[in-house]
Ligand binder design. Structure first.
Ligand code: NDP
Length: 455
């Protein structure tokens, strides 16, 4: 019988890889994990976590502003970018250490360096070779900057957290999650932000009402949103970076952020050598069990480019672990469902969404009832803010099931998470109606919408 150095060798220490390595080791497997950079991947180092911390920082701007209506008097404190950067860096390195400690205490061997597949069971890191019964590729993704003239002057989201100095004038190119979040955050922190998006609406794939509503709200907060607009060229001058737009017009900024999508990190991994098939976009092809074209090699998370969200990679990791090393005692092996994945966009205000957009629901179901509420939150009766909140439900008339739930408003992600459980459980509109609201909250609106929108 062939013997291997490890039962499982994980390439990539992001959310999915760390979870798979740790949980496999806890089930008694001999596990190694190779990571070339800081432990935790995009989410911990240059994604979800620092982004959310900066979003909190940015929200103070409006909080100080709004406090006057509640009787608070005085000048707003001044923002210190260096303090935020230093505090964030300290917190992220604390998280890096926690990840390393969790892996260490589970018995995972951490190997620092770039890992390359040599064959179906062998990995090379530096000048060392390791064998494993199963290999797992969880190397994530990376930002893609199109070949626009002057692209060498732009940055991606990876660099936004440590910019020096703080960009007084920022251009953000793109209309997806990352572009909208960074436009909101830096606008809140005090940059003069211009967001350039090629489409007619932001956030392709989201409900159209949400897309229109967030554009209007972001504009109210001060983001200069240029829709149906594209960059022709970026030129460096003594005064900053000059952005020339297609069709004419130009303006000057200190920093240009390109947030135009991410591609799988599949280059240089030896995938071809090992015979692992990728699609035209470089994403590793996997079946429902996350097995690649080579039976002993698995892949999950952003490198498979299915749904690029941390909790999805975590869920996929648990499916792989249960499959390879069995579920925990008394538990069933987990499955992964891609239906009703809730998601939030940390714009100001936030977006929270789960289920179908109105257009997708109408395409899927014969008859759809739409419930919609657009209102000024109680808080803003005194705050002086003109911010409005949008809440929307989509109901499949045949089953009465709520198939779409959307919110633009404060803490929308927090609100939507709970409703996502109900929707996965197949909650009907009648069940929503019979649920007692919590008064006075924004969330109660979801259980008090009685009349569908006509027409
Ligand atoms: P997205 O795919 O969400 O958005 C890319 C944007 O760039 C789109 O608006 C797209 O326009 C535009 N675009 C693409 N190519 C070009 C081009 N050549 N020129 C101009 N514009 C272009 O990618 P992101 O980078 O924003 O985020 C990647 C993924 O990361 C997300 O899909 C999401 O899954 C995840 N993420 C999740 C977050 C969260 O959960 N809060 C936060 C951040 C990221 P068009 O729509 O016209 O194609």
């Amino acid at each position: 019988m062939q013997t291997f150095d490890f039962d499982l060798f994980v390439i990539g220490g992001g959310s999915g890889g760390v979870r798979a390595a740790r949980m496999s080791a806890q089930r008694g497997a001999r596990v190694a994990l190779a990571e070339v950079a800081d432990m935790g991947g995009t989410c911990v180092n240059v994604g979800c976590i620092p982004k959310k911390l900066y979003s909190y920082a940015a929200h103070y701007a409006e909080a100080f502003e709004e406090s006057h209506g509640f009787g608070w008097v005085g000048e707003a404190p001044k923002f210190n970018w260096d303090t935020l950067k230093a505090n964030r860096a300290k917190e992220i390195s604390r998280l890096n250490s926690i990840y390393i400690n969790l892996l260490d205490s589970a018995g995972v061997k951490i190997i620092k360096g770039w890992a390359r597949l040599l064959d179906a069971h062998t990995v090379e890191v530096g000048d060392k070779k390791y064998t494993a019964k199963t290999l797992l590729v969880s190397t994530g993704g990376t930002a893609l900057v199109p070949a626009v003239e002057g692209h060498e002057h732009v940055v991606t989201s990876d660099s936004m957290f440590d910019l020096d100095p703080f960009p007084k004038r920022l251009a953000v190119v793109g209309g997806g999650y990352i572009a909208c979040e960074f436009a909101s955050i830096f606008n809140g922190l005090g940059s003069k932000v211009t967001q350039i998006h090629r489409g007619e609406k932001l956030l392709t794939g989201f409900d159209d009402d949400v897309r229109d509503f967030i554009a209007s709200e972001m504009r109210k907060t001060g983001v200069n949103l240029q829709l149906k607009s594209e960059v022709e060229a970026i030129t460096k001058t003594a005064d900053g970076l000059v952005i020339a737009l297609k069709g004419g017009g130009s303006f000057t900024v200190d920093t240009v952020l390109y947030a135009t999508g991410r591609i799988p990190n599949s280059n240089g991994l030896g995938l071809e050598t090992a015979g692992v098939a990728v699609n035209a976009a470089g994403a590793i092809k996997v079946d429902e069990q996350y097995q690649t074209s080579v039976p002993s090699i698995y892949a999950l998370g952003d490198v498979t480019a299915r749904v690029q969200l941390t909790p999805v990679a975590l869920g996929e990791a648990m499916v792989v672990v249960d499959q390879l090393f069995g579920p925990l005692a008394g538990k069933k092996p987990r499955g992964m469902s891609y239906d009703f994945i809730p998601t939030a966009v940390f714009t100001h205000p936030n977006i929270g969404t789960v289920g179908y957009s109105e257009a997708a629901a109408r395409a899927k179901f014969d008859n759809v009832s739409v419930y919609r509420s657009d209102f000024k939150a109680l808080k803003h009766t005194l705050s002086g803010s003109t911010e409005r909140t949008l809440m929307k439900l989509l109901v499949d008339d045949a089953s009465d099931r709520v198939v779409g739930l959307h919110m633009v408003g404060p803490d929308a992600g927090e609100v939507v998470q709970g409703f996502a459980v109900a929707m996965k459980a197949g909650a009907t509109k009648a069940l929503f109606d019979s649920t007692i609201g919590i008064h006075p909250t924004l969330a109660e609106e979801f259980v008090t919408m009685r009349e569908p929108v006509q027409g």
